[in-house]
Write a protein that binds this ligand. Sequence first.
Ligand code: UT7
Length: 323
Amino acid sequence: MIRSVVRGFGASLPKRVMTNREIEEKVDTSDEWIVQRTGIRQRYIAGEGETTASLGEGAARAALANAGLTPADIDVIIVATSTPDNTFPATAVNIQNRLGMHHGAAFDLQAVCSGFVFAVTTADAYIRGGLAKRVLVIGAETFSRILDWNDRTTCVLFGDGAGALILEAQEGSGTTADRGVLTAQLRSDGAHKEKLFVDGGPSTTGTVGHLRMEGREVFKHAVGMITDVIEAAFEATGTTADDLDWLVPHQANRRIIDGSAKKLGIPLEKVVITVDLHGNTSAASIPLALNVAASDGRIKKGDLVLLEAMGGGFTWGSVLLRW
Ligand code: UT7
């Protein structure tokens, strides 16, 4: 059977790092509170000329170089983002053009913080359905541009950045020994819409709006939703937490990551944590974390890697893949 195998990875971050100390000067908060409650120590913030498309382009170029491929080798580009450069066209066509690519198809996908998991799942369906041989999957965000910088309950949490994977059709045997995506589990429930949303949009206010979150409410649901889709991935593949080499979670809050790992019996040595470096970069957080752990040699070819995310909507999901 056809499997969607990781052929390359890459990432791109804005030039500017913003520490917790700098945020102390903007709102009534402290480095101590932010570290204790979230694990975040710094985040990257896009400056003039840096946009979701420019960061996405950087991640795409890095992934192409890592794979030894050129844009001519890509059939489809999927960009997971909630912070597009424009309401339309899609940031994906912007990135496609920046790459000098004028063939194939490019589109955006919006599932907020679960966007990258949804995009990898979509790419896998395209590849296994025979619609594409190679898909460039990008998670790219500039959440700093939709934050209310006077709201200490949200502005301390988020950051900007982009990460990318190239998935390629390769023949597999149909067992969990195959490299590539082994299962994907996606969920959403719009009943929770008001707990994490942006209070603007083209068809309501005609403005971009700002991110609003009932943090405690989101937190309350997070661990249960994450463990639901992880257990579903184990069940679908007949694997267990013991088989995992790496858990690469969405990086929203260190306490959510620790709580989910503990509930699932996954030791923290097997969990990739980058929330301290990047903050919550929404759809970019998983590919940014993958880039760190694959670049420093932790994630190796053949490793069993579990991705999971939960975010606005609510949306949540997991992808189990062999690297
Ligand atoms: O990526 C999408 C999914 N999003 C998430 O996963 C986020 C989920 N939620 C969270 O991570 C946490 O709920 C937060 C980090 C947002 C907040 O942590 P918490 O432990 O739930 O704190 P809280 O909201 O219960 O607030 C505790 C106290 C409050 O003061 P009082 O009412 O106890 O006097 C807040 O006003 O902390 C106060 N507070 C702050 N203090 C200093 C809230 N924000 C800040 C701040 N600095 N930045």
